[in-house]
Ligand binder design. Structure first.
Ligand SMILES: [Zn+2]
Length: 83
């Protein structure tokens, strides 16, 4: 069981968005209110609803020391300008 907490982003709210991430089926997120999401927890103070959604990163993986670095994302217009 793993409990995760995130700070609510509502201005002036000091609440937290708390949920348990243990039961997530990472390959098959549910559809909640029309979007792919694992859960829709609410802030424990203002009750605003949030969504826990799938996300991925691109890493530079070093197989010798098993360290990895997350690559910064760039915008497509920058890529096209170079081409
Ligand atoms: Zn809140």
């Amino acid at each position: 069981m793993a409990i995760e907490a995130h700070k609510c982003n509502v201005e002036g709210c000091t609440g937290h968005v708390v949920f348990e991430n243990a039961d997530f089926d990472l390959k098959k997120p549910d559809t909640i209110k029309g979007i792919y999401a694992y859960d829709n927890p609410t802030c424990n103070v203002c009750k605003k609803e949030f969504f826990v959604v799938p996300h991925y990163v691109v890493i530079d993986f070093n197989s010798e020391n098993y360290e990895s670095e997350i690559l910064e994302s760039a915008c497509m217009s920058e890529v096209k300008r170079r081409a």
